[in-house]
Design a protein around this ligand. Structure first.
Ligand code: BEZ
Length: 259
């Protein structure tokens, strides 16, 4: 994946390998351009921050790099081990590495972490001089329609904004500033609108990415609230054939430390 390099402060988001593989395999499948931006070289030591079940780590390893994965989810780490990846359980805001890696890579993870500066600091420490930090995550405006539908519904039940949208979706200007403050030179950063087909529809997406929202609501209301959200979203995100496409906006970047 990697939707799960998040810290313990991830608003109770829990990742299960089986449902992630069923509903969110596209997350890794669509990440090829980020791997290309990383341009892994044979023999490089690379950390996959939020490796999930290791699908992308193995793609990077296939290019000859020595990849280590880290992820907080026991279920996903077990899946990564089963696939043959060297992976450890850990938190992106407390990485246990100093000067070990030529590059740190991260896909679809950093939007889950509420303390981006702590992550940037840990990544800088984990890298060797001249090391690269390359990744992609949700950028400003990501899944805006979905967030508005959740918010409209949640207001009636007094839910907090963090239960609606626990994500960090910065602009390029904001994230560049944070990277520079953390000691990085920014080589590339871009916001990329990417309408994203949802293979298991909005139901599968809500199950995988926003389960805690429903857990915060009265259980006898789950079905009707879910239907209300689907009805709000369908005119914008569902076509006449019943195919759902989410309004993803990605923030892709490449940065490096001084040599
Ligand atoms: C993800 O982790 O892939 C994700 C999370 C929230 C919105 C969109 C994508």
């Amino acid at each position: 994946m990697t939707a799960s390099g998040a810290s313990a402060a991830t608003n109770s988001q829990q990742w299960q390998a089986e449902s992630y593989a069923r509903n969110a395999r596209f997350v890794a499948d669509l990440a090829r351009p980020v791997v290309d931006l990383l341009a892994p070289k044979a023999g490089e030591a690379i950390l996959d921050l939020g490796c999930g079940d290791g699908a992308l780590s193995l793609t990077i390893a296939a290019r000859g790099a020595n990849v280590t994965g880290i992820d907080p989810s026991p279920s996903l780490i077990a899946a990564a081990h089963a696939g043959g990846l060297a992976a450890v359980r850990g938190d992106a805001t407390a990485l246990p590495f100093t000067g070990c890696f030529d590059a740190v890579f991260s896909n679809a993870v950093l939007h889950w972490i509420q303390d981006p500066d702590a992550v940037i600091g840990c990544v800088a420490r984990a890298l060797r001089p001249g090391g690269r930090f390359v990744g992609e995550f949700g950028g400003h405006g990501n899944v805006a329609a979905i967030v508005v539908a959740l918010r409209a519904t949640a207001r009636r039940y007094g839910l907090e904004e963090t239960e609606v949208s626990p994500w960090f979706y910065p602009t390029p200007a904001e994230y560049s500033e944070r990277l520079r403050h953390g000691g990085f030179h920014v080589d590339y950063i871009e916001l990329i609108p990417r309408p994203t087909p949802l293979p298991t529809g909005i139901d599968g997406w809500l199950d995988t990415f926003r389960a805690p929202f429903f857990q915060s609501l009265p259980s006898d209301k789950h079905a009707s609230i879910r239907q209300e959200i689907i009805d709000l979203l369908a005119p914008s995100l569902c076509d006449s054939q019943g195919n759902w496409t989410a309004d993803y906006v990605r923030l892709r970047f490449a940065a490096h430390l001084a040599a």
